[in-house]
Design a protein around this ligand. Structure first.
Ligand code: NAP
Length: 290
């Protein structure tokens, strides 16, 4: 078993980005700029936002963190987004999810200018990605593709099983792996909560690559996979003892894997790296750079 090390891969991608940014700055352009909106107090979101801001520093980007109280209304938040949409200095905008319950996340996602939507959640980007057109690809799914590419894992022609169909992970990765993309052209099965257990087992036991994003610790067990499987664990679950684990029973499943992502240090790092790639793309679009 070998580790698909998201930390090493992300550092390499961000180092490449920082070199390109240094070149742009030398030629007289401003730095790329990411703005993050954080609403309320949510410990995991604080951690994710911190790591995004830190990664901006490493990439040579400017960044801004705008904090709003839990009590902000949806229309106030939409007004703040409209202001950033109109700000020529912001290349990429993220509204950290989840937002408080009184705010509809889809209304927030829909309000972000698609040209600044570096999370790739806006229907315009999601639609363009699905059609195989140039788009900001959803960051976690894009990060997974970049990780597979970095470790030269063959995807074309392989049988992939994606477990979980959320709009931010399961659905986009299933589309991206099946599309005729640089990392794609696989035959993909998408499983979800209504997938009968026996069918799920049939599929996972013959899968070459499994991507699991259900948010259930230890969901994928040893008996569900074949020898040599490539295992991508998207889950981030905090146990009562404070330990962070994925959706895979790592200790037992990893013995059967050819490759596996660790948690932490796997897909999470790649999500942040993909945001940096998308921000650079937004900046290059703004300045008509190749
Ligand atoms: P989500 O919105 O809760 O979606 C979970 C998906 O899993 C749903 O589609 C659900 O099916 C499916 N599911 C739940 N129980 C299942 C079962 N028993 N069998 C088959 N499918 C089942 O979660 P998410 O946002 O995709 O996140 C999933 C996990 O990834 C979480 O642990 C989250 O923290 C983590 N995550 C990590 C990153 C990263 O960067 N590493 C990024 C995002 C999320 P239904 O649609 O039918 O309900």
């Amino acid at each position: 078993m070998k580790l698909l090390d998201g930390k090493i891969c992300a550092e390499s991608l961000v180092a490449d980005i920082s070199k390109r940014v240094a070149g742009y700055v030398e030629s007289g352009l401003r730095k790329p700029h990411m703005t993050v909106i954080l609403v309320g107090e949510h410990a995991p979101s604080e951690t994710y936002v911190k790591s995004k801001i830190k990664s901006c520093e490493n990439a040579g980007f400017d960044s801004a963190l705008l904090r709003f109280p839990e009590s902000i209304t949806e229309s106030e938040l939409l007004a703040a987004i409209a202001e950033i949409n109109a700000d020529p200095v912001t290349d990429g905008l993220i509204v950290q999810l989840p937002v408080p319950k009184h705010i509809k996340p889809q209304n927030i996602i829909n309000a972000i200018d698609p040209e600044k939507d570096i999370d790739g959640f806006h229907p315009t980007n999601f639609g363009r990605m699905t059609l195989g057109q140039k788009a900001f690809r959803p960051a976690t799914a894009y990060g997974i593709c970049k990780l597979l590419q970095y470790y030269e894992i063959p995807v074309k022609g392989k049988h992939c099983v994606v477990i979980g169909r959320s709009n931010i992970v399961g659905k986009p990765i299933s589309i991206m792996l099946s599309n005729d993309f640089d990392i794609g052209n696989a035959t993909v099965t998408l499983a979800h909560i209504e997938t009968p257990r026996a069918l799920l087992l049939d599929e996972t036991r013959r899968a070459d690559i499994i991507v699991v994003a259900v948010g259930i610790p230890g969901f994928v067990t040893e008996d569900m996979v074949k020898d040599g499987v490539v295992m991508i664990d998207v889950g981030i679950n905090r146990l009562e003892n404070g330990k962070l684990v994925g959706d895979v029973d790592f200790e037992n499943v990893s013995r059967k894997c050819s490759w596996i992502t660790p948690v932490p240090g796997g897909v999470g790092k790649m999500t942040v790296a993909a945001l940096m790639i998308n921000t650079l793309m937004a900046y290059q679009n703004n300045f008509d750079l190749a």
